[in-house]
Design a binder for this molecule. Sequence first.
Ligand SMILES: [Zn+2]
Length: 97
Amino acid sequence: MNNTYCDKCEKGFKIELQSRFLDKDLEEFYFICPHCLHEYISFKENKEVKKIKKKINKEISKYNLACNNKDIVNANVRYNNVRKFRKQLQNEMNKIN
Ligand SMILES: [Zn+2]
């Protein structure tokens, strides 16, 4: 299954994301075209980004749970938290990417 086309050689391939640490706290995700070995940088993450992503996932689970329990007040709190954390994530991603 192809899910992207290489800009360099124009052949299709499936993205297999790999990562490497640029320094202790900066992980870079990238993928390579298997046909011409052109490297594509995807994005970078640091500890702060990973922490915020975890927090977002947790809040989403809590939000879903609150919805299932029809706990609207709690669901609202979780929803606002997710929005707040997503903003934080965006700021942090802008700093390192
Ligand atoms: Zn290529």
